[in-house]
Ligand binder design. Sequence first.
Ligand code: MN
Ligand code: MN
Length: 270
Amino acid sequence: MTNTPAKAGLLGIPYDENSSFCRGPAKAPASIRSTLQGGSLNSGCENGVNLKDSPQWLDLGDLAITGANDFVREIESGCDKLLGQGMRLLTLGGDHSISYPIMRAYARHYPKLNILHLDAHYDLYDSFKGNRLSNACPFARIMEKNLCSRLVQLGIRTLNQHQVEQAQRFKVEMVEMRHWQTGHLPEFDGPVYLSLDIDALDPAFAPGVSHREPGGFSTREVINLIHNLKVPLVGADLVEFNPDKDIDGITAQLCAKLVKEIAGKMLNSL
Ligand code: MN
Ligand code: MN
């Protein structure tokens, strides 16, 4: 690792023990990698970056989680080490609970970070089914600890009073899906971290998720949001893809495509 010219890398975190509904996302990193390597896709990104040819891009393998109670510490320290080497991380979950420890690491290296969070759900529960580290809670923990300067949520289409109150309490900027105008992306004045829950997309495009919520983004809309960011993309996670719920590899293929477009953006904004 110390001698690599790589500036951005793919890191699997096959961990789904905080899934509030059903397990399966731990299988996502292997499924996405085998699709990326399966021969049906080339390694070119739409912006002209070619991942295979780029010495700045590296597959970092999986981060092993050894003890369920220590997942926060383990993910935080694993990411911290890589960020300390100047890497931008594209992390493959796993359920959405992994974003909290990832952001704990990012906050040390990027004190003024903006988070762009695409999701059908707010993920702002103070606690869900008795678990404060549930995949329904990561952004409540992130905001309590001031791990970002701004949280912008798009794709939201699951209103409930508790989470509306949480969003107000933490001053979250949220555009509900019912009000979203195609292409609208808030302006950012500094680096962005993208947290992409695959259920932000409509289940017609992404059936392989634990919580199917119709009425979401198209694949093209998400790709365009990524392309249209005008500030450096310094990190991203792609979470909640559940291969057990997929249909004929459609969602695996979608995730592989999104990996390419996110990586292309990261490398293009170094
Ligand atoms: Mn979600
Ligand atoms: Mn989520």
